[in-house]
Design a protein around this ligand. Structure first.
Ligand code: GLA
Length: 542
């Protein structure tokens, strides 16, 4: 398999004369894959019973005639206005009870029956028409799943999910600690989505809603996937990263034929280090198999300050190399050519940057994906990341992802970034920072890893709670050979754990307090880093 190179292509935003120029430029830039159709539902199905595929036939044929493969998207991330007018109940409702209207994108409720049915119809129609098209290399379901809705369809589906998960309200009450603030539920139909309420919400309720939304969107994805798979062409969806995303990617990764991620720098600083983290994370979700960078900034970066800055010379190439060294089987950008109008008309695009990007494309598109062999791993646990977003924690200043990235840098390449459910045996060293939530299965995995000879690095802010946010004080004491006396947030950086080093050896103290300890556990070693230390490289020796 050669590495894919290309980007999102939206020919429906340009007249056909421009398409011909596009394919000529694509050929000279080594483009061998473009993602087509992501937001084209209203062009493909202008009215409920009417399909217009002619333009897409022409686009796919033109691309094929020019040797360019197609990653064909289902357009369900943006239902057309006729659909939303006919089915206002399929529009998402915010936690404040505001029903959104069309006019942007991502306005859908995955639990609305009309939206589910319409999604299946358009996916089925595309599958039937293009499943055997010679240009087709990959199906791209939807785009960046991520809309959280709080409507009545969601409330009903949430209750069904809870009933399946917990069986009875007794178990639910226990899991959610509902005796606090008189929240005991007598029946499942008393439960609501975590809509706007008077004061703090129940963190276990919020966390389960996120899991439920993840599962509901996953069902929307797998329903389309199962229809498209009849073509024999692999199916994926592009993961979007970020704290707001209600998707458990480790779980979703098992349902895609190839893991695909979108990755945008937040600024030009620390750019390449962030890219390496994402590459190692994507490869971890992919279980070491090649993965696809489905979208990336094409030579210019729109920063969080709103300013679009061109990358310094060489940086786009360096970023592509980082992804490829991390096992990428595709380097794609958003977008080939910017729209003439519309909300993202100023978003950077490949065409103006081709002087820099074309030489990259010509070399990338002749390569095969590399295999990465790492003996060290960093655990990145999305449920813990979610839990660190709860309000009213001992400190609001923990940044889970930034901390994981600091450990990643300290570990240096090659390192796998893996979910807690990954097989850990085989690694010499595993670092699991800030592991806020740990289930019984998580505890077991960490213990058996250390027992069988691995070096495990744990930190402050770990083993705080079980998967339902119920506190589990001292959960790692036996593993680390210490006694956790109390947490001291705001000391020695963001947080210090006051510990008694009972059976552990103190290897670093600060202000007369033990801050790093080591403990033999089974045939392995557990190092406990009790504070937010500036120099992490010292603590990643196996
Ligand atoms: C996401 C989307 C694209 C586009 C880019 C802009 O990745 O998938 O449609 O909006 O962001 O950065």
């Amino acid at each position: 398999m050669t590495v894919f190179f290309g980007g999102d292509y939206n020919p429906e935003q340009w007249p056909p004369a421009v398409w011909r120029e596009d394919v000529a430029l694509m050929r000279s830039a080594g483009v061998n894959l473009v993602t087509v159709g992501v937001f084209s539902w209203s062009r493909l199905q202008p009215a409920a019973g009417t399909y217009e595929f002619g333009w897409l036939d022409d686009v796919l044929d033109l691309l094929h005639d020019n040797g360019i493969g197609v990653c064909l998207a289902t357009p369900t991330a943006s239902p057309p206005p006729w659909f939303t007018r006919a089915h206002p109940d399929a529009m998402p409702v915010t936690a404040d009870g505001v029903r959104l209207t069309h006019g942007s994108r991502d306005t859908y409720c995955v639990n609305a029956p009309a939206y589910r049915a319409a999604s299946q119809r358009i996916a089925g129609a595309l599958g039937e028409r293009y499943g055997r098209h010679p240009a087709l290399r990959l199906w791209h379901v939807h785009n960046e799943y991520g809309t959280t809705c709080y409507c009545d369809h969601c409330a009903a589906a949430f209750r069904r999910w809870l009933a399946r998960t917990y069986g009875g309200t007794g178990v639910l009450n226990d899991a959610w600690s509902t005796d606090f603030w008189s929240q005991r539920y007598g029946r499942f139909d008393e439960v609501l989505p975590p809509r706007a309420t008077q004061y703090l919400s129940n963190p276990a309720h919020v966390l389960d809603y996120r899991r439920f939304v993840s599962d509901a969107m996953l069902a929307h994805y797998t329903a389309q996937r199962d229809v498209l798979r009849a073509s024999g062409v692999p199916v994926t969806t592009n993961f979007v990263l970020g704290g707001w995303v209600p998707v458990d990617h480790a779980r979703w990764a098992r349902e895609v034929d190839v893991v695909a991620v979108d990755d945008y720098p937040s600024s030009l600083d620390a750019h390449l280090q962030e890219r390496a983290f994402v590459a190692d994370l994507a490869r971890g979700w992919a279980g070491g198999e090649p993965w696809i960078l489905m979208e990336h900034a094409p030579g210019a970066v729109r920063g969080t300050d709103g300013v679009t800055r061109v990358m310094p010379p060489g940086q786009a190439r360096a970023a592509a190399s980082v992804y490829l060294d991390g096992g990428a089987g595709g380097v794609l950008y958003f977008q080939w050519r910017a729209g003439r109008g519309g909300a993202e008309q100023w978003h950077p695009a490949m065409v103006p940057q081709l002087a820099e990007l074309a030489p990259i494309g010509r070399s990338v598109s002749t390569r095969t994906p590399v295999r990465v062999d790492a003996t060290r791993a960093l655990v990145y646990d999305e449920p813990s990341m979610w839990a660190w977003q709860s309000p009213h924690l001992p400190t609001p200043f923990i940044d889970y992802t930034a901390t994981a990235q600091r450990w990643h840098r300290a570990l240096g390449p090659p390192v796998d970034v893996v979910p807690l459910a990954a097989a850990l045996d085989g690694y010499h060293l595993v670092v699991a920072p800030l592991l806020h939530l740990v289930s019984a299965a998580g505890h077991k995995a960490l213990r058996s890893y250390a027992e069988s000879g691995g070096t495990l690095v744990l930190t402050f802010g770990s083993g705080l709670a079980d998967e339902h946010c119920r506190l589990t004080p001292g959960a790692f004491d036996d593993l680390a050979g210490i006694r956790l006396v109390r947490h001291r947030p705001g000391e020695l950086g963001v947080w210090l754990d006051e510990i008694d080093p009972l059976d552990a050896t103190v290897v670093l103290t600060a202000d007369d307090r033990p801050v790093v300890t080591e403990h033999r556990y089974g045939r392995g070693l557990v190092r406990y880093v009790a504070a937010d230390l500036p120099d992490l490289a010292r603590w990643v020796r196996s």
